[in-house]
Every structure is written in C-alpha cells, then in structure tokens.
Design a protein around this ligand. Structure first.
Ligand code: CTP
Ligand code: CA
Length: 229
C-alpha cells in the first residue's frame, strides 16, 4: 500500500462509488435503515483520489466526513430509490464502479403522512416493497463499467458471495463476514475476501479499511486491462 500511494496508477480513470446505508421513511419521525457507517466507501474514495482517479461518490446518510478533493463529486441521497436514480444515471459514463452501499432491500409501501400511533396497531400492518437492485441493474447493462460489488454475509460467506457475483454479473465481489456486526459496521477494520464468479481471488486478512481499500484497488488494476492502467 505504501508504494501504491506514491504512484498515480488510476490517473484520470472515472470511478463511481456508492457508500453508506440508505434510509426508508415510515412516517414523519421514523425510518428503517441499517448499521453501515460509510467508512469503507470513504476509504475507497480516498484511495482512488490519491491514485489519480476522478470520483463520483453517491452516498446515503454517513457517520463519517466526506473526502474534500477537487476530483470528487459527492451526491447526497437518502432512500434506495434516490440512490438508484443517481447511481444509474452515472454508471454508463465511468470506467469502474464499486458499489459498497448497504442499500435497504425493502421500503414501506406507503409513507404515513401523520405520525403512526401505537394504539392504532399501524406498526403491525406495514406492507413492504422490494427496492431496485442497483448492482444487478448495472451488471445487466451492455456497456457496463468494470463492476465491483460487496456482500454482507453472516453464514456461507464464500458460496453466497460467488453466487451474488454470478447473479449480478460482477467482475469482483468483496465479501464481508458481518456475523459479529460490531466487528465490521462502524469499525475501522474489516476482513474482506475477494471473489469472482468462480473462485476466491484473494483473502485480504483483517486490516484497517484504508489498507483494504488499496488492496482492492491493486486487484482491480491487475484484472482490468493491466496495460491500460
Ligand atoms: N445492492 C444494490 N442494490 C440493492 C441491494 C444491494 O446495489 N437494492 C448491492 C450492494 O451495494 C452490494 C451488493 O448489492 O454491493 C450485495 O448486497 P447484499 O445486501 O450483500 O446482497 P443482496 O443481493 O441484497 O442479498 P441479501 O441481502 O439477501 O444477502
Ligand atoms: Ca441486501
């Protein structure tokens, strides 16, 4: 990683990154979301910027500061629908897309205009609608960028991650074991295993998210037209 910091091996590459959770409103005071902090996505954006890339950064509500740099454009989103709109509008114009966001899989079918009252049992009657799968949608596009997804798993991590890689037509999936979610969500460290459609590509071992980000970039570089980068 230290050697990588000194070279601009992603110079002028256009990179799209999604990060953080999404938030799905239930009523004027409540929402459903998840434990993602956005730290991994921010680490990936910083690593890309250091290495010369031009970054589109689409994020949900974050618990970390956004990178400040002349080569990053940040898009502040909240719901999965909004994140999908923005991300899909950018996807065809980038060389590489890394979808790191923890997108809520479902949203309430309707957002209550008034605060839900506990006496009305409204909490038991929420209907859910599936959100669009942003990663899978990009994977199905004709001129898709080099596509990297993430997978949060609590069991059968490798098998599930390889299956996601196939189903979403990704080049790589970075698998995270979130069984002990406090060890990943919000943490500065994680243990990522990178897979493709067939195999484990590399076990990155447990390390901080900055070093993990640089290792993921090293893998992208070695796999995506090594001569181009
Ligand atoms: N993803 C996405 N849009 C969604 C859901 C997920 O783009 N609506 C992306 C994530 O950003 C991540 C990858 O898909 O890169 C895998 O997310 P994950 O939640 O692990 O997988 P799912 O396909 O949603 O399956 P499940 O949650 O049931 O394991
Ligand atoms: Ca999911």
């Amino acid at each position: 990683a230290v050697a990588a910091l000194s070279k601009k091996d992603f110079l002028n590459k256009k990179v799209l990154i999604t990060a953080g959770p999404t938030q799905e409103d239930l009523d004027p005071v409540r929402f459903i979301s998840n434990k993602s902090s956005g730290k991994m996505g921010v680490a990936l954006a910083r690593a890309m910027l250091e290495r010369g890339a031009i970054v589109d950064f689409v994020h949900g509500p974050l618990q970390v500061e956004l990178p400040k740099h002349s080569n990053i454009q940040c898009y502040d989103t909240k719901s999965a629908n909004k994140m999908a709109d923005v991300t899909l509008s950018l996807a065809s114009s980038v060389d590489i897309a890394i979808l790191c966001a923890a997108v809520c899989d479902f949203r309430p079918q309707k957002i209550f205009a008034q605060k839900m009252k506990k006496e009305q049992n409204s909490f038991e009657n929420i209907s859910w609608e599936k959100n669009i799968d942003i990663l899978r949608t990009i994977g199905g596009q004709k001129n898709k960028p080099f596509l990297v997804g993430f997978a949060a798993e609590t069991s059968n991590m490798i098998e599930n991650a390889i299956e996601k890689c196939i189903n979403k037509n990704c080049d790589l999936i970075c698998a995270n074991n979130v069984a002990e979610s406090s060890a990943v969500f919000g943490s500065t460290k994680n243990h990522i295993v990178v897979v493709n459609k067939n195999n484990v590509v590399k076990d990155l071992k447990e390390q901080n998210k900055t070093d993990a980000a640089h290792e993921i970039l090293d893998l992208i570089k070695s796999l995506k037209c090594p001569t181009q980068l």
